[in-house]
Design a binder for this molecule. Sequence first.
Ligand code: TEU
Length: 517
Amino acid sequence: MPRWWQDAAVYQVYVRSFADSDGDGVGDLPGVTARLQHIAALGADALWLTPFYRSPMADHGYDVADQCDVDPQFGTLADVDALLAAAHGIGLKVLVDLVPNHSSDEHPWFVEALADPTSPLRDRYLFRPGRGGGPPNAWQSVFGGPAWSQAPDGAWYLHLFDAKQPDFDWRHPAVHAEWERILRFWLDRGVDGFRIDVAHGLYKAADLADNPPDLEPDGVLFHASTMPNAWDQPEVVDVYRRWREITDSYPGDRVMVGEVFLSTVPKVARFVGRERLHQAFNFPLLAAPLDATAWQSVIALSLEAFEVEGASATWVLSNHDVIRHATRYGGGEPGRARARAATLTLLGLPGSPYLYEGEELGLEQDDLPAEARQDPVWLRSGGRVPGRDGCRTPLPWTAEPPGHGFTKGTPWLPFGPQAAARSVAAEDADPGSHLWFYRTALALRRELRAHLAREVRWLDAPPGALCFARTDSRGGELRVLLNTSAPAVPVPAGELLLASSPVTDLVPPGTAVWVKV
Ligand code: TEU
């Protein structure tokens, strides 16, 4: 019997942008509770809440000042309890986001460490003397600029992200003890699991040595590959070994999914398994072009690496850090059609799809005016890097501006031009909508998944297409065919269960089908 999380469809709620209950323009926990029915009706099994902890919001909540309290913008601890009770009442599990690589500079530990050079709390972060009048090494922040800033006494502290996000020193035992306390705090409160931010981070090379100068980034996503001394150190998996013992000691199959932002499946696979994390996000697939050959090779590698004892595969195409996949795949109706084809293919695989709020509506990346942008990536790069605001605009619930059912006030980021046509209400009223496609696909997946073998068999397909089958224990099999670029491919013989776009007896490029054979 598979565990609930092995095949769970998990819906990512970017709390700031989901639903605002009090009119301040920022989404909040009571807003999520009031709209849980949307997630249940979609057919998701669980939701993941992005950080709602006390935070000065320099990175919209990924800069945490108190990991065990709720920011007043988002609500209260009682609101978390109410959300958990309501979600559990309708059969939804809830994951919360942990941010163990760094804290906010307004965390009480760091406040004292920064102010007092003799404080023992300094050792819980990475303070170092400078080198030749500058920072201790040449490491760069993910958000642009040097990864070091100075304390008033002249010492430097490391921040791989914003200057308001100092990195912990995971070589200090107090950091381990504190995070085990935080883990238990949320497990005791009844969360079903954790998404672990920057899970490949935490440890840095002990000597903080400069990185080899001639490394080329292998894609914008994978800053980690150019700074091998800053990420993906051997020690980090031992943290998760210990955390797995803790999560396993609780009833109810609590789960951990790591945001392991590394470029290849084998690098990510090191984090996953029986004595490690249950899952890690599959970014190599997200970064691959939507091309049958590339997809088949990443999917095959992923199944081999992640479908192992005590773990399962994940499939993710969008989140709050990347360009929405309808846009990456070309935008407009063709981009949305390709996005549906990609999603339908992944929903046919064993493992957990992670769906980002708004992708069920086929939302595209919004192009925001400079004065509206708020992402530290945009701010720190002086406007050179567009940043992530375009995938974080609020969810349009209704067609009516200005609040679109998201807020009674002014939304913290403006709605884009697609808000009215792609609102939940508008798509709910249209049986041919992207939203209804998601609902139908997830419902069908739910019906089939108990009967389908986890094993995936690859079938012959013409160049530009891929095809796989999973045996149905009641007889026959499910066949999934994705055509990315072949001249139209015949629909496999059998009962056509679902198509990502209308098909006749041919599957055109940019289309996927499920067939019961
Ligand atoms: O993202 C991690 C991130 O930004 C990646 O770029 C990665 O860590 C980097 O390539 C280095 O390998 C998470 C959150 O999802 C994001 O929203 C936060 O801004 C960030 O961590 C800092 O907490």
